[in-house]
Design a binder for this molecule. Structure first.
Ligand code: IPE
Ligand code: IPE
Ligand code: MG
Length: 231
């Protein structure tokens, strides 16, 4: 048995909701409902295991191209989740932050995001960072534009400082559920040296045991960051 190393920052591409539903002869939206129920379980377990930040990819900049009905359902679920968070988790030492562009989001949703962020901003033990209307390329462009506006030099460090994730550090581990082997515009800059873990398990089926499997796999990785020594 390898001693379990707990990554400080874990990120998850929560993929496979649609296929989960289709395999059961249900509408894709049922998969999203089931997937959203899974967030609390996995976040609670990550917190319990000692992870400090969990970044979850909930809606990409490109997901607007889905049928309108599906987009509406996803937006509704995000708002429902945030309202529930405000009532329950904000009191439980969990800080909630949202990464991504708010310009295209409804006022309702932006209000719910702001309420959660405000209510939980003093919570230090665990951060749940939800990526909504997030794209890695868009995030880099935004960071560079911020630097230009401030008249600051564009460097690797200054870009890192202007990403949504700057307070939480770079992700140590990126997990993708749902069997695809791609990044789909997620954490492109800060993920340069993240360990990647792909599983065929669909997001609604990704449970505590599956999370532990990913962490065990991470514990066996040799991270060298371009050098020759394991870090
Ligand atoms: C992930 O599940 C959720 C979002 C992208 C919003 P999908 O909806 O992409 O599920 P599949 O990949 O079609 O199974
Ligand atoms: C990535 O999944 C985005 C989220 C999980 C939110 P997609 O289902 O949108 O990715 P592609 O289209 O398979 O690359
Ligand atoms: Mg998908």
């Amino acid at each position: 048995m390898v001693e379990r190393k707990i990554p400080s920052h874990v990120a998850i591409i929560m993929d496979g909701n649609g296929r989960w539903a289709e395999r059961r002869g249900k509408e894709r939206s049922k998969g999203h409902i089931e997937g959203s129920k899974n967030v609390e379980k996995i976040a609670t377990h990550a917190f319990k295991l000692g992870v400090k930040t969990l970044t979850l990819y909930a809606f990409s900049s490109e997901n607007w191209s889905r049928p309108e009905k599906e987009v509406r359902e996803l937006m509704r679920l995000l708002k429902t989740y945030l309202v529930k968070f405000a009532k329950k988790f904000a009191k439980k030492d969990v800080r909630l932050v949202v990464s991504g562009s708010r310009e295209e989001l409804s006022k309702d949703l932006v209000d719910a995001i702001c309420e959660c962020e405000n209510l939980s901003k003093e919570n230090k033990d665990f951060t749940l960072n939800i990526a909504i209307n997030y794209g890695g390329r868009q995030e880099i462009v935004r960071a560079v534009n911020n630097l230009i506006k401030k008249g600051e030099e564009v460097t690797v460090d200054s870009i890192l400082d202007n990403l949504y994730t700057s307070p939480f550090g770079e992700p140590d581990l990126i997990i993708r559920t749902g069997g695809e082997y791609r990044i789909s515009n997620f954490l492109l800059f800060q993920g340069a040296y993240s360990e990647l873990y792909f599983t065929d398990v669909l997001w609604p089926d990704f449970n505590e045991t599956e999370l532990e499997k990913a962490l065990d796999d991470f514990s066996r990785r040799k991270r060298r960051f371009g050098g020759v020594k394991n870090v």
